[in-house]
Design a protein around this ligand. Sequence first.
Ligand code: MN
Ligand code: MN
Length: 327
Amino acid sequence: MAEDRFFNACVSYDADYDPRFAPRFAELATFMRAPYKPDLVGVDIGVCGVPFDGGATNRVGARHGPRSVRDLSSLMRATHHVSRINPFALCNVADVGDARFNSLFDNATVEADIVAFFARFAEAGVTPLSIGGDHSITYAILKGIVRDGPVGLVHIDAHTDVLGPIQGVRFHHGSPFRNAIEDGLLDPARMVQIGIRGAHNTSEAWDFCARHGVRVVYVEEFDSLGVARTVEIARGIVGQGPAYLSFDIDALDPSIAPGTGTPEAGGLTMREAQGLVRGMRGLDLIGADVVEVSPPFDPGTNTALCGATMAYELLCLLAEARAARRG
Ligand code: MN
Ligand code: MN
């Protein structure tokens, strides 16, 4: 085990040195100190960054999210204290680096670059766990990985993210799930959105969800249902088919996660968010993401710690789902 190697001291400078043998504060910050494998060869679950915030409608900074989450993820340990899942024992987990952009100044080419980056995952059979970036990226991720008809979605967020174009542009962080439904990537009947709150200028987004049959659990309903009942409802909607899980850090209350682009007071606690995600154990998850961590608004790094912690919770689910598919 890596920890034994650490305690027993084993220094080498080989090319295939495993950073998990290093002290947690040392070396380049890959996610949870996983090996860096940008070519995807032999990888089951690829943790990656999508450092793009050109889709943000207000406060930017989420382009710095992947680095900050990777840094704080060095605090994460492998074996989950509740489920006892060790994702590294179930699967070959690697940090596969970041999506790369031909022009950071052109959102249309950025979108195409993200789609192409994740198409490589689909072709190589790698399950993606992505760190944003603003929420626009989830649409491009789904475009890259969804091949066999629409999938289900567990979406934890303060916002429904189903707006239409803004200033003539469709690819922004308020639109990923509308875009994905319109493109046939998501099945709205197998979608659940949890933690939704905050006043809007119009009811356009809420009306879109109602019209398409998307189940929206506003935070007040979540309060009265509790974690266990909400999980039960969500699992009933998503069912046993392939599904994706998207976690926007602004689902959390800004008192614990201030570092985000569109904070909404009155949000979830970490224990509620962890309970919701743990409750999704056994779903056939084909990928997941944690988005909207914005380090410039995160002076104490607590938001990045929450992001890294949620990414670890998701990694456990992805590893178990992948092992189950393997049989
Ligand atoms: Mn969002
Ligand atoms: Mn949001």
